[in-house]
Design a protein around this ligand. Structure first.
Ligand code: MFK
Ligand code: FAD
Length: 486
């Protein structure tokens, strides 16, 4: 019968390949149903706090823009949190969820911040058990129905310390006769304060009013942000909204907790380790957001439009080298983040090997600390690629740089995360590094083409060499302030 066979046709992405459909949608879809401009609208209409009504009564209303509210509905409908918990795609559910968020993130007006905390809260509840008093909350955090959807806050930082939560937390939890608590304290940074609920840390007071100091004294609490019949927030006063370098789209408040009704959801004294699940999720979201900001490829498009010295920017080899370097950084970051999402998906569907679990623990702080720094450098380079226009506010470009700067600060600074890496290496007796080397070897084996190093391996290696330096620094005797000054 011979050896000739006809090639079968391949169905490529029916949306991306269909210029007719895309052209039609672009031409006819009204602005209200296209969200690519919403992010900018959130930035130009930042939230405002009204503390008192016209008659002097305390109201503490945080007014957010209509677009910010639309982001909430859109996020629920698109399942931007729920996909991770529906798990329709098994171990790949997280990769699917994060791919959607990756596209959404740079246009989201930072709505990905409340989504990250919402995802983190759902994860904590799932890990502690979906039962009263957090059963309804879990279903609300993971719904696709906009009218039922809740977002969560993550109130950890106090004035005395945001990194050193164990020693910096002064908030006390006063036991009530029905088994619930009332919280009194001051939360110094609370982002997306328009949330419906929060997870927060406090120290339980005994009958004499005493508390246990340090990490062992901290427990994890669930509280709803609600109002009484007169419209006042129950047990919360919004002291002020912070005036920030970036993230201006989103309210970040200082809150006085004055008898906030709450329920303890961790074992008493296990607050820090219980909220660690939230940190894992929000740190992965942070990394994804960093990769998304780097991926906002306007500089590449601009290079095909802007002329200098008689030719398009894309025809200047030096400019192309700049863009190529940004591209390599971005791809490395993306592949590394996605690999962590893949590991998370495996862990959540019960198929993670011991190596996978070690890798997830090691790579979560690594990817967060590395991409946070990378994003500032790459986004800054991206702005420069526009020349003067990159500095002009209403191009929307400066906001990208402002927002990138926070990625290395919140959810654990670079130093604090590097110490987290040391902690997990020590606690696993070095098993995490063993897992890392096996992983790198398998990535190298699979790598093809001219270079044996895929961008992911490169990023991991860069991250690791940076960590090695930090490990060496930390391992050597820490110099005192006077020694440093000398
Ligand atoms: C677009 C994306 C946006 C993302 C959302 C942004 C909005 C939210 C912004 C925020 O910034 S929220 C606040 C974030 N705060 C931090 O990230 C705090 C930074 N500090 C740390 O990470 C410290 O390492 C930490 C407070 C977690 C712990 O410090 P300690 O008190 O020195 O910890 P210790 O005593 O070593 O650990 C206590 C327990 O927690 C241990 O468990 P055991 O008691 O069973 O031994 C640790 O193993 C466990 N633990 C700590 N970190 C962990 C962890 N477990 C798993 N993973 C971790 N990362
Ligand atoms: P510090 O802990 O005082 O750190 C100061 C410096 O010291 C840092 O450079 C740090 O790396 C370094 N450092 C600290 N400890 C060590 C160490 N052991 N070794 C070496 N270096 C060290 N927090 C919340 O809880 N909820 C929120 O919603 C929230 N939203 C935020 C929004 C914005 C826009 C910002 C900017 C912050 C937000 N934060 C929030 C707070 C944030 O998580 C903290 O600012 C951060 O964790 C750092 O804590 P800190 O500000 O107390 O700094």
């Amino acid at each position: 019968i011979g050896c000739f066979f006809q090639e079968r046709p391949v169905l490529k992405n029916p949306f991306l390949e269909d210029a007719l459909l895309r052209g039609y949608l672009k031409r006819y879809m009204p602005h209200e149903v296209r969200f690519d401009g919403w992010g900018r609208e959130c930035e130009v209409s930042p939230p405002q706090l009204v503390q008192y009504d016209s008659w002097g009564r305390r109201v503490d209303l945080i007014h957010t823009s209509a677009t910010w509210k639309q982001m909430k509905d859109l996020s629920a409908r698109e399942g931007l949190v729920s996909i991770g918990y529906e798990r329709h795609y098994g171990e790949w559910s997280r990769v699917y969820q994060m791919s959607k968020l990756f596209l959404f993130s740079p246009s989201s007006g930072l709505y990905t911040c409340p989504l990250a905390m919402t995802d983190g809260a759902a994860k904590v509840i799932e890990s502690l058990g979906i039962s009263w008093p957090v059963e309804e909350a879990f279903h609300r955090l993971t719904t696709r129905k906009p009218e039922y959807f809740w977002t969560s806050g993550q109130w950890m930082t106090e004035r005395q310390g945001g990194s050193d939560v164990a020693n910096g937390t002064e908030t006390v939890a006063v036991p009530q006769t029905d088994g619930s608590f009332k919280l009194n304290g001051y939360k110094w940074f609370t982002s997306a304060t328009d949330a419906d609920m929060t997870l927060t840390l406090a120290r339980v007071q005994d009958t004499t009013g005493a508390t246990i100091l340090g990490s062992r004294g901290l427990s994890l609490f669930y509280a709803e942000v609600s109002r009484d019949e007169s419209g006042q927030l129950k047990g919360i006063e919004v002291q002020k909204l912070k005036d920030k370098l970036g993230t201006r789209q989103m309210p970040t408040a200082e809150l006085l907790l004055d008898g906030l009704p709450a329920h303890m959801i961790s074992t008493e004294g296990r607050g820090v380790s219980s909220i660690a699940n939230m940190l894992t999720i929000t740190r992965i979201h942070n990394s994804l957001s960093a990769a998304g900001a780097m991926r906002r490829q306007l500089a590449r498009d601009y290079a095909t439009r802007r002329k200098a010295f008689g030719k398009l920017l894309k025809d200047h080899p030096l400019h192309m080298q700049t863009l190529a370097r940004m591209e390599v950084e971005t791809r490395g970051a993306f592949l590394l983040v996605m690999d962590v999402c893949r590991l998370l998906g495996r862990e959540e569907t019960g198929i993670a090997t011991e190596f996978d679990t070690h890798l997830l623990r090691l790579l979560t702080p690594v990817v967060k600390l590395y991409t946070g720094k990378q994003a500032v450098a790459v986004v800054s380079e991206g702005l420069e690629s526009f020349g003067g226009q990159g500095y002009i506010e209403d191009t929307g470009l400066p906001g990208l740089l402002r927002d990138a700067q926070v990625l290395s600060i919140w959810e654990g600074t670079t130093n604090v995360l590097s110490l987290d890496v040391l902690r997990c290496v020590a606690r696993s007796s070095g098993m995490v590094f063993h897992a890392y080397f096996i992983h790198t070897k398998s990535l190298l084996k699979n790598a093809s083409g001219v270079s044996a190093l895929t961008p992911a391996v490169k990023a991991i290696q860069c991250a690791l060499s940076k960590l090695e330096l930090l490990v060496q620094d930390t391992a050597t005797k820490e110099p005192s302030f006077l020694e440093l000054a000398a």
